[in-house]
Design a protein around this ligand. Sequence first.
Ligand code: 3NM
Length: 215
Amino acid sequence: MKKSNWDLYLVTEAELSRGRDSIEVVKAAIAGGIDAVQLREKNMSLRERFKLGQQLKKICQKAGVIFIVNDRIDLALALEADGVHLGQSDLPALTARQLLGSDQILGISAHTREEIAAAESAGADYIGIGAIFPTKSKKLTENNNGIGLKKLAELKKMTQLPVVAIGGINESNVGSVIKAGADTIAVISALTRADDIKQASQKLKNTILSTSSDS
Ligand code: 3NM
């Protein structure tokens, strides 16, 4: 993936952060070693996300952490983010790539061989796969139990691109997700709901690194 290897990717959601704002959450998670941040905040207006994004981008940039915007290519461009993450109901990946140019990171959520192939040919930099396990952080449209590790491993074999796994991942199951083939782990609640976000980030990252070096 562009701009270094990512192990741990925090997706922000202030409503799931136990009263803490996403700036506090991101700062603590950066202190704990996360590699990338995605501005999500589904319940904020575009203007609110823009204002928060301006601050998060500065914090990430200073720390050398990748800053990605979820869903909205216009917001990613306005914030001069490092990239954008799009789902299958957002603007098409090819359009996003044309708007971004070649230097920015384009992440695409994909669930099938066809979606992975389309993302690849549009110039995606990584494939997002989820939800791996049940999650309360997002209403799942398909399998409420998550796709599971076997399906993750199958999808991983269909692409040369780095795979970012998301959905219900925490300290106790992250090793199995890495072993199933995930290159990067994305989480909301494992960090946003942690008592000590810095410590939780350190632990999760260490488990990812030690599992990766074993396999
Ligand atoms: N996307 P948690 S699952 C934001 O399946 C998101 O694409 C998913 O939150 C997908 O780490 C999900 O708390 C929620 O389970 C991730």
